[in-house]
Design a protein around this ligand. Structure first.
Ligand code: AMP
Length: 441
């Protein structure tokens, strides 16, 4: 083999793709219920877009972007996250000028040059939402509820919600000063990364995971003690809304998230026990980004969830229990089924003349069907029909061809009957309707 998929990327093969389709369908259904509409933005944007919003000093911008110069000399970057592109499109399309509240969702691949490990890839996929035009904490609670409902619809159990407030520019500046004061005595013992953060976006130091640094931190002040009245009220409002919805949560003042643009609410949903990378999704409010991109001041809130990781968690969780049954449930749903209903077993050259018209008639009658283009032995073809879990084998040999019939073989009961070739699709539709009726009765 000369080639393999680039490091940190993977192929999603048919068996797994069925799970992806199922997850995407659950996501779309929850978004529909909540009244969100889809937006699809380009996979690459001007580099400047991410530098200006995600943050010049963030790990994403300094180390993880796939940036290239195109033939026209422009610096472009494969999108490392969804929000900046959606904000750009919201402004560029004139959606922003309409006023009111816009509820958007997206689903697709994202790219970060990270050190690949379990649950961390260089091309990964996110399902995300963004809401523009409302600053009240009710929408924060609503998008959190949407995230949790989405996870619940997939059967994810035991996800933990953590919330925090990062305040506004004013309270964050006061907190930054307090943090710097508390860290100053140990500054020269901290690692290079922490020292850099100390100089710039000091709050990000709270993201530090190294135990050696964490031990030196001691009791750091909490941002929640530095919120001004407006931010305090907003955070209390969010908690009240979550209480009303009976959504359990933990308050974690250490959550700042790796992006620069958050204001007030930030949150994360994790799945303890799935390994070091246990964050399934997270998000928060970003009330300044639209204005910073040249729009009118417009509050906004959103989240992104990691699809690769959610599927990993789900199948990890189910592994020891009922994974087979669960997969079967997905597969049984005809939209994700890998099994065509009909396998056409053809014997001899004469029969092959009728295959394509037969397939065509079945497809037009909404019945999935394939044949064996290799014309192998009848036994091999029947074996394949069984392996593929087909509901019927339709056998057509020399005799059948001459008589204008086919042999309809029921793969479940083994019974066989002759059917007029022109009536096959109609007959199978009838049988499918009867089966459907029998299962719903
Ligand atoms: P973020 O955009 O960093 O807030 O990430 C949101 C979610 O996307 C995380 O909680 C993860 O589930 C997922 N995610 C982020 N980066 C990666 C990655 N490199 N590989 C897989 N999933 C990721």
């Amino acid at each position: 083999m000369k080639f393999s998929a680039p490091r940190g990327t993977k192929d999603i093969l048919p068996e797994e793709a069925a799970r992806w389709q199922w997850l995407e369908a659950q996501f779309r259904e929850q978004c529909r219920l909540y009244g969100f509409q889809e937006i699809r933005t380009p996979l690459f944007e001007e580099t400047e877009l991410f530098a200006r919003s995600t943050g010049e000093e963030t790990e994403i911008v300094t180390k993880q972007m796939y940036t290239f110069t195109d033939r026209g000399g422009r610096s472009l970057t494969l999108r490392p996250e969804g929000t900046p592109g959606v904000v750009r499109a919201y402004l560029q399309s004139g959606m922003a000028d309409k006023g009111g509240v816009q509820r958007l969702f997206y689903f697709g691949p994202f790219f970060r040059y990270e050190r690949p490990q379990a649950g961390r890839f260089r091309q990964f996929h996110q399902a995300g939402v963004e809401v523009f035009g409302t600053d009240g904490p009710q929408m924060d609670a609503e998008v959190i509820a949407l995230l949790l409902d989405f996870l619940k619809s997939l059967g994810i159990e035991g996800a933990v919600l953590k919330i925090n407030s990062t305040g506004c520019k004013v309270c964050r500046e006061a907190y930054r000063e307090a943090l710097r004061k508390a860290l100053a005595p140990v500054l020269d013992q901290l690692c290079e990364w922490c020292q850099e953060r100390y100089k710039g976006n000091t709050l990000r130091i709270l993201d530090e995971k190294r135990p050696s640094c964490r031990a030196l931190f001691g009791d750091l002040p909490s941002i929640l003690d530095y919120l001004d009245e407006g931010c305090k009220e907003h955070f209390a409002g969010l908690r009240a809304q979550l209480d009303l919805l009976k959504i359990p949560y933990e308050i974690d003042p250490k959550i700042v998230r790796g992006l620069d643009y958050y204001t007030r609410t930030v949150f994360e949903v994790s799945q303890p026990g799935i390994g070091a990378q246990d964050a399934l999704g997270g998000g928060g409010r970003y009330d300044n980004m639209v204005e910073e991109f040249g729009g009118k001041p417009t509050p906004a809130v959103g989240w992104a969830a990691g699809v690769d990781r959610i599927l990993g968690a789900l199948f990890d969780q189910k592994k020891n229990k009922d994974v087979e049954e669960f997969l079967l449930q997905i597969r049984r749903h005809h939209a994700y089924s890998l099994s065509p209903k009909v396998f056409i077993v053809n014997i001899g050259l004469e029969a092959r003349r009728y295959i394509l018209p037969l397939l065509n008639a079945l497809h037009n009658a909404q019945i999935s069907a394939i044949d064996d283009p290799l014309g192998r032995s009848p036994k091999t073809q029947m074996k394949e029909a069984a392996q593929r879990n087909c509901r019927w084998a339709v056998i057509i040999g020399e005799n059948e061809s001459r008589q204008g019939i086919v042999k309809l073989h029921d793969m479940e009961s083994g019974s066989e009957s002759d059917i007029n070739r022109d009536n096959l699709a109609q007959e199978l539709r009838k049988r499918l309707a009867e089966e459907k009726k029998a299962t719903t009765e």
